[in-house]
Design a protein around this ligand. Structure first.
Ligand code: AMP
Length: 184
């Protein structure tokens, strides 16, 4: 059955815009799915590390996917995309080329060892709630029974989250499926 799913993405190493763009492009290619919305990009102070200027900051955003893919299969696909984009398995908490999380899967509540939905920390994270509220501020969190807009209004102002300015000129998901030959 088709469900509305929100996937959070973040990158804090290398060409962060490019990693986010590639991840969204790969999501837009999933079968039995279509990307219904992509948030703007936000720059986010790292939550765990001490705040450092420049590269340590995350770029974050959210994709809305309408999909028939089951939660478990979707998680496998997200892990596969993370691997394809060079995320290091042995140091998952270190700098990340791309991090993908299932934030919400319709109104489903999932509590499996390897998959918890709604994402257990999403309601405390402004870097999730800000892009999510752009896409659907009235979406109701199935456990907390509060809208995304309400949850955002209840979070503190730290750590800092700011809109990336200027936004990249590329449109997400519009990356050509193959690169031109070298030299062109
Ligand atoms: P992270 O290092 O933050 O990307 O965490 C990834 C691990 O969290 C994976 O091994 C997943 O099995 C697990 N996990 C649990 N719930 C979720 C979720 N809602 N979305 C993504 N990963 C999840």
């Amino acid at each position: 059955m088709r469900e509305t799913v929100f996937i959070g993405f973040g990158s804090n190493v290398g060409d962060r815009v490019d990693f986010c763009d590639r991840a969204v492009t790969l999501l837009s290619l999933l079968p039995h799915s279509h990307v219904a919305g992509i948030s703007l990009l936000y720059e986010t102070e790292p939550v765990l590390d001490h705040a450092q200027p420049g590269d340590g900051w995350f770029l974050n955003g959210v994709v809305q996917l309408e999909t028939d893919v089951t939660p478990k299969s979707l998680l496998d696909i997200l892990r596969e995309i993370e691997r394809a984009l060079g995320r290091e398995e042995e140091n998952r908490s270190g700098p990340r080329t791309i991090d993908l999380d299932i934030l919400l899967y319709g109104q489903h509540i999932i509590n499996e060892p390897d998959l918890v939905v709604p994402h257990p920390r999403m309601h405390q994270r402004r870097f999730v709630l800000m892009p999510l509220s752009e896409l659907d501020p009235l979406f109701v969190h199935p456990l907390l029974q509060r809208t995304i807009g309400q949850l955002l209004a209840e979070t503190g102002k730290q750590p800092e989250v700011r809109l990336l300015f200027p936004q990249p000129s590329t449109r997400y998901g519009s990356r050509p499926s193959c690169s031109p030959p070298p030299g062109l």
